[in-house]
Ligand binder design. Structure first.
Ligand SMILES: N[C@@H](CCC(=O)N[C@@H](CS)C(=O)NCC(=O)O)C(=O)O
Length: 306
């Protein structure tokens, strides 16, 4: 009875606390000079950070643009980031013909009207399928993977139970990616200052995510047991990015996740994965624009601002 009364009283205090004292007012700030205003406004002047210059709190097109179009039914507007690589890996695995154009997100191409018409969320990857009339737009990497796998009836399990398990992991990946990229990657690599609280919070979550995968992969060749699928294709580039993108092998002790390590090696050996990793990229072996398999044999120049 006494415990119950204490619980009710503390719950009531917690309920009324926010209305009397704002949560932000009750905490110290970092930097200490910062006071949280009543109403948020975008920072004026140099926002700092890798993406500070392109971020705005509004959606929609910022300029009138057109996009290039090649001869294949599938037109991909993307970039060789993990979200972009998921799609190019799948396209290469499926052996489909497609034209892939790089979208330079540092030049704000994603906010041009032509891109926004395909993806109102202004993020790569985005795709148009001209094999149907009117052309089908597909955005969100998970949606593109599902669209292509279902269209081709490949790399998605046919058995309903296995299919659901594959979807579980595809959706898990889509839900966890922002913690790895926007959370850990942002504060560990891109933020203009090292903030202990933010790095701790997202390193914790990044390690937890890799551990979820490691435990799941115990005794399994692929994410959906013996069947290589779009779940593997979605997850692989993000785990790779922790190493090659953020250089966090040592920091996160990634070597200790033995099942993930073995699975990464298996996936990474696939020729289609190796080709997909190169499309719309900016490294020395990048295939900046992809129009045919022959493009993998020729050199291409990286975009200057990436
Ligand atoms: N949930 C989206 C995320 C896509 C995404 O975040 N794309 C990033 C590159 S990896 C982007 O286009 N960023 C540009 C921007 O934020 O303006 C998906 O999976 O397709």
């Amino acid at each position: 009875m006494v415990t119950r009364t204490i619980f009710i009283i503390t719950s009531l205090i917690a309920l009324f606390l926010p209305s009397t004292l704002s949560m932000s007012e009750s905490k110290p700030s970092l930097p200490a000079s910062y006071t949280v205003p009543k109403v948020w406004n975008p920072p004026t002047g140099e926002a700092g950070g890798r993406f500070g210059g392109i971020n705005r709190p509004t959606a929609g097109a910022r300029s009138e643009t057109t996009l290039p179009k090649g001869e294949h039914p599938l037109q991909l507007y993307s970039l060789g980031t993990p979200n972009g690589q998921k799609v190019t890996i799948l396209l290469e695995e499926l052996g489909l013909e497609y034209d892939a154009y790089p979208v330079n997100i540092m030049d704000a191409t994603q906010f041009g009207s032509a891109f926004v018409d395909i993806n109102p969320n202004s993020k790569i990857p985005a795709m148009l399928d001209y094999s149907v009339t009117p052309p089908q737009r597909v955005f969100e990497s998970g949606s593109i993977l599902l669209y292509l796998a279902e269209k081709e009836q490949k790399l998605i399990p046919k058995d309903p139970r296995k299919r659901t398990e594959c979807m579980n992991w595809l959706m898990w990946q889509m839900g966890t990616a922002p913690y790895l990229g926007g959370g850990f990657g942002h504060f560990f690599k891109y933020a203009p200052v090292n903030i202990e609280y933010a790095i701790d919070r997202f390193a914790m979550e990044a390690k937890r995510i890799v551990d979820v995968l490691d435990k799941h992969l115990e005794g399994k060749e692929y994410v959906c047991d013996d069947e290589y699928s779009i779940a593997d294709i979605a997850i692989y580039p993000w785990i790779k990015c922790l190493s090659t993108g953020y250089n966090a092998d040592e920091f996160l002790q990634l070597d200790s996740y033995k099942n993930v390590k073995r699975w990464m090696a298996t996936i990474g050996e696939r020729p289609a994965v190796q080709r997909g990793n190169r499309v719309n990229g900016w490294g020395p072996d990048a295939v900046l624009e992809r129009h045919s398999p022959a493009d993998f044999d020729t050199d291409s120049k990286p975009p200057s601002s990436l």
